[in-house]
Design a protein around this ligand. Structure first.
Ligand code: NAD
Length: 292
């Protein structure tokens, strides 16, 4: 069994680390918040006094943190503490530039690393069914695999360092756009006197089908169970969607890619979040369309 360091034991990190413990690995964790530390202890995670201590001498070190600035800062603390042969896995969702900077810090110290952001949310983290989008060398991926395979149900090797983050932000830009489109279609149908069920039955089997309709329908009582059936409790919070749309716009600006729909989706979610709805599921935008 491997010795694993886990830094960032929040909504996602805690259940991911807990699954590693359940699989028999020895996990040493660190977080800056007392509440997270308390829950981690209950889950059988040994608590280290610092990020560096959590990383020292481990086979695999995983970070699950809020943003790129924190990830690069934590990498600068853990890399000097890591033993030769350690692989570092960053599963946070961050900008591509910070992901590449983190890889560079690890590589300069002779350490392997992968960026491995996830899709699947807290439910997927708890169930160990996350999809990992991985950027980094084949050698680094193979060393990280024993941990990734426990926390995830699917793993896609997207390319070299930063490619995992690039895939994550392209996917979520498309998701943000498609969710707004799905909401607009259901809102228009309603005003045209067409039942929501009838529209679902048509779209979910026609050329408009997409995950936002077929799996995660924004209308209550229609399609498979989704946050719409639970008063739009996340799921995937609108504030996190705004974060990811912001990352994709930053990346598009850096490389000169034209993403007018992505930009518009970001502006719509920004208005929604600024209206105090950031904690609602991102499909809750359906109830906000009239206010735009
Ligand atoms: P979270 O805020 O619940 O957890 C982040 C944790 O990092 C917190 O416990 C915080 O105290 C800790 N932290 C912050 N700075 C630290 C530091 N310097 N050292 C150690 N710990 C530190 O966030 P989350 O929902 O768990 O998300 C984590 C990452 O996963 C984010 O990048 C997010 O975008 C991404 N993500 C989240 C979801 C989701 O549904 N929540 C889905 C996919 C990806």
């Amino acid at each position: 069994m491997a010795e694993i360091g886990f830094i960032g034991l929040g909504n996602m990190g805690l259940p991911m680390a807990a699954n590693l413990v359940k699989a028999g690995h020895k996990v040493s964790g660190f977080d800056t918040v007392a509440e997270a530390i308390g829950k981690a202890k209950d889950a059988g995670i040994e608590i280290a006094a610092s990020a560096a201590e959590a990383a020292a001498g481990r086979d695999i070190v995983i970070t699950m943190l809020p943003n790129g600035k924190i990830v690069t800062s934590v990498f600068s603390q853990i890399v000097p503490a890591c033993a030769p042969g350690t692989v570092i896995v960053d599963s946070s969702t961050i900008d591509v530039a910070s992901a590449r900077a983190a890889h560079d810090v690890a590589a300069k110290a002779g350490l392997l690393s992968v960026d491995a952001p996830v899709s699947g949310g807290v439910g997927g983290a708890e169930a160990g069914t996350l999809t990992f989008m991985v950027g980094g060398s084949q050698e680094a991926l193979e060393k990280a695999c024993p941990a990734l395979e426990i926390m995830g149900g699917r793993l896609v090797h997207c390319g070299e360092g930063g490619a995992g983050q690039a895939a994550k932000m392209c996917n979520n830009m498309l998701l943000g756009i498609s969710m707004i489109g799905a909401c607009e279609a259901f809102a228009l149908a309603d005003k045209l006197g067409l039942s929501q069920q009838a529209l679902f039955d048509v779209v979910s089997t026609s050329s408009g089908m997409c995950w936002s309709v077929n799996t995660y329908c924004p209308v209550p009582g229609v399609g498979p169970k989704s946050p719409a059936d639970n008063d739009y409790k996340p799921g995937f919070a609108a504030a996190l969607m705004l974060k990811d749309l912001g990352l994709s716009q930053e990346a598009a600006g850096d490389v000169g890619a034209a993403t007018p729909m992505g930009r518009h989706a970001m502006e719509i979610y920004k208005t929604f979040v600024e209206a105090g709805e950031g904690g609602k599921d991102f499909s809750g935008i359906i109830n906000y369309l009239d206010k735009l």
